[in-house]
Design a binder for this molecule. Structure first.
Ligand SMILES: [Zn+2]
Length: 261
């Protein structure tokens, strides 16, 4: 009897330990690969729905930023939501053939006409015939984002370059920020950029580095944040240095927690 009691006690302890180790929720994605025309070729936009009842939509635009993608997957597997990503062979810039020429642009500069033109001008001799091709591709991506979703873009950056400090007075992007909170506890490359006052206030309270975009930013760079800012839609961008996966996941969990309230 005593040994039976010990056996049952051990089993209960083992089961409760096992339950703690494996998360209560576990979502497996339904993945759709959608072929989208661009010039004389096509690219795949992948939509991975982990939990369709969540209004969180993650957008992964730069295919070389794998830390951001992996952090998003880790979140989605346990919390749910949807990931929309551009498949580009692990490259940041998109290159496509059109009418015997090759064109390259930055996909996070394709969300406004000005951004498209500037991106094409920087990367090759400009040819306006490429603009409507990129515009159509950008619209295809936007059409995949359901109405009433909460959009979070996931990005990575390199050390000592673009960071939360870029938005401080005398920083290269000071004209884009309404407010900036810099946490002394964090690497400046790991931060959140948002158009959403709730996210800014909530993260500032938790001493997490965060930038609130100006209602009318100084520069139209054709990024998702400019587009959503103009449309007055809440939008948040989570930045972390390459390989800072745990930091990026923590930022994501903090943002999702505030967005859900
Ligand atoms: Zn990026």
């Amino acid at each position: 009897m005593r040994s039976l009691f010990i056996f049952i006690t051990c089993t209960v302890i083992f089961c409760s330990c096992a339950r703690t180790d494996s998360p209560a929720k576990d979502f497996t994605p339904a993945v759709s690969n959608l072929s989208v025309a661009l010039g004389d070729t096509s690219f795949t936009i992948q939509v991975s729905i982990f939990d369709s009842s969540s209004r969180l939509i993650f957008v992964h635009i730069h295919d070389d930023e794998q830390t951001a993608k992996n952090a998003t997957h880790r979140f989605l597997e346990h919390q749910g939501g949807t990931l929309i990503s551009i498949q580009n062979n692990g490259e940041r810039l998109i290159t496509f053939p059109f009418n015997g020429r090759s064109y390259t642009f930055d996909p996070n500069r394709m969300l406004t006409r000005k951004g498209i033109i500037e991106s094409l001008q920087i990367l090759q001799p400009f040819d306006e015939k490429a603009v409507p091709e990129v515009e159509r591709f950008a619209n295809s991506l936007l059409q995949k984002i359901p109405a009433k979703s909460y959009v979070i873009a996931m990005h990575n950056n390199t050390a000592n370059n673009y960071s939360v400090l870029s938005y401080l007075p005398n920083g290269s992007l000071q004209g884009e920020a309404e407010k900036v909170h810099v946490s002394k506890k964090m690497d400046p490359d790991d931060f959140v950029f948002t158009t959403d006052h709730r996210i800014f206030n909530g993260l500032q309270k938790r001493d997490i580095s965060v930038v609130l975009q100006k209602e009318i930013p100084a520069t139209d760079d054709g990024s998702l944040s400019i587009l959503f800012g103009r449309r007055k839609i809440a939008y948040t961008n989570i930045e972390a240095e390459h390989n800072h996966i745990n930091d990026q996941l923590q930022l994501l969990e903090a943002v999702a927690n505030i967005a859900a309230k």
